[in-house]
Design a protein around this ligand. Structure first.
Ligand code: SF4
Length: 178
């Protein structure tokens, strides 16, 4: 359930991005103030992570995995499906975007002993676990680490890389605040 979001969007991603950009709470990565880049974080030395495709975050309690319009075509192409039939088989509409259908037990339609669309998985999955809400405190990060066996081994993500991913997930975090 870790990757799934529990609350639907309140606004379209693009308009929200503009809103937060103008309010000063969201920055294009090359516009970050030096204070954000250079202050100290608990992940200053980087974080090891490599997804083991264990499925802990793609199964279990129901939730929402968003697929944005600009992600639909590449997933459909990867599955050799036409866009319309792909949408009909695998997605449902949620506000003006899509969510991935789940089986009755909460398992993602694309999880079968591993993610069947891994190379083209949606941004929500691709950026996990380096989400704003997961890294905003070391306490929260410890909770996420306990549930995800991919954290702590594998590829080293440097602080700068992590900050970029966090920044890219900030708008989604705000949109999903209940
Ligand atoms: S290793 Fe972590 S990110 Fe990968 S499937 Fe398991 S819980 Fe999800």
């Amino acid at each position: 359930m870790l990757i799934k979001r529990l609350y639907p969007h309140q606004a379209q991603r693009s308009s929200s991005a503009a809103l937060f950009k103008h309010s000063g709470l969201y920055f294009a990565n090359d516009e970050w103030p030096m204070t954000i880049r250079h202050r100290s974080y608990f992940f200053d030395q980087g974080i090891l992570f490599e997804c083991r495709q264990c499925g802990a975050c793609c199964t279990g309690d129901p939730g929402i995995v968003h697929v944005y319009h600009d992600e639909v075509e590449s997933i459909a192409r990867y599955l050799s499906e036409g866009v319309l039939s792909f949408i009909e088989k695998y997605l449902y509409t949620i506000n003006r975007e899509y969510g991935i259908k789940e089986h009755a037990d909460g398992q993602c339609y694309f999880y079968q002993d591993g993610c069947t669309i891994y190379p083209v998985r949606p941004g929500q999955c691709r950026t996990f676990p380096f989400w704003f809400e997961n890294l905003r405190s070391s306490k929260k990060w410890r909770q996420v680490s306990k549930a995800c066996p991919g954290i702590g081994s594998g590829k080293l993500y440097y602080k700068e890389q992590i900050l970029k991913i966090i920044n890219s997930t900030f708008v989604d975090h705000v949109n999903n605040i209940p």
